[in-house]
Design a protein around this ligand. Structure first.
Ligand code: SAH
Length: 209
């Protein structure tokens, strides 16, 4: 998988090493374990999916290109929206000083907690809640990454982003006619937005269930 990510153009060694260390098969049902290292999204229950490794790697690499991360070589304090099975949370744990990960579906929040129970690498805090509201108690965040895509940018995300921080999230883009990765940098003089790769993520929903 790491060789394929490298061939796909992922150059960030820290990101590649994190992929080498986190066993993806532990995060999917045993019936799907034989597909765990293919570049494909897989079902994790409740209509949700574990994201495709190449897209996760791309998002993590984009986070590292934010101003703060580029200066320090680490991701600092990260807010992850959409814990799902906890796979990306484990990757972030190797790359960030602290990870706050929010999931709106209780059974998935609990599944991630089980999957990460024996995982000692990193400071991981799993929260059951609506990630559209961010997580004010631990804001500001040096980086924010979402694994579910909406039509609009929740205001809490840019409010809770530190100056010099970067947000990467899938977002519907009318001009592109589908979802794209939205990259937002928070600067002293305001927000700088870029639209990157076309992607296909599950919907960002409101409230908890
Ligand atoms: N990175 C995850 C991907 C899970 S799919 C993994 O590795 O498994 C995206 C997740 O976002 C789903 O579990 C979905 O329930 C969750 N989600 C959607 N809207 C949300 C919201 N408002 N707050 C928190 N989680 C949300």
């Amino acid at each position: 998988m790491v060789a394929r990510l490298r061939a796909d153009g992922i150059r960030n060694e820290a990101v590649l090493q994190a992929f080498a260390r986190v066993p993806r098969h532990r995060f999917v049902d045993s019936a799907l374990a034989n597909q765990a290292y293919e570049d494909t999204s897989l079902p994790i229950g409740l209509g949700q999916t574990i994201s495709k490794p190449s897209v996760v790697a791309r998002m993590l690499a984009l986070l590292f290109e934010g101003e703060r991360a580029a200066a320090s070589g680490r991701l600092g304090r990260v807010l992850e929206v959409g814990t799902g099975c906890g796979y990306q949370t484990a990757l972030l744990g190797l790359l960030a000083s602290q990870v706050v990960s929010i999931e709106r579906l209780k059974p998935l929040h609990e599944k991630a907690r089980d999957n990460l129970a024996g995982w000692r690498d990193g400071d991981l805090r799993l929260v059951w809640g609506d990630g559209r509201l961010g997580h004010a108690p631990r804001a500001p965040f040096d980086a924010i990454v979402a694994a579910a895509g909406g039509d609009d940018l929740p205001p809490a995300w840019t409010e809770q982003l530190a100056e010099g921080g970067r947000l990467v999230a899938p977002m519907h883009d009318a001009a592109a006619g589908g979802q794209v990765l939205l990259v937002i940098d928070k600067r002293a003089d305001g927000l700088r937005r870029q639209r990157r790769d076309a992607v296909h993520f599950v919907p960002l929903k409101s409230g908890t269930a």
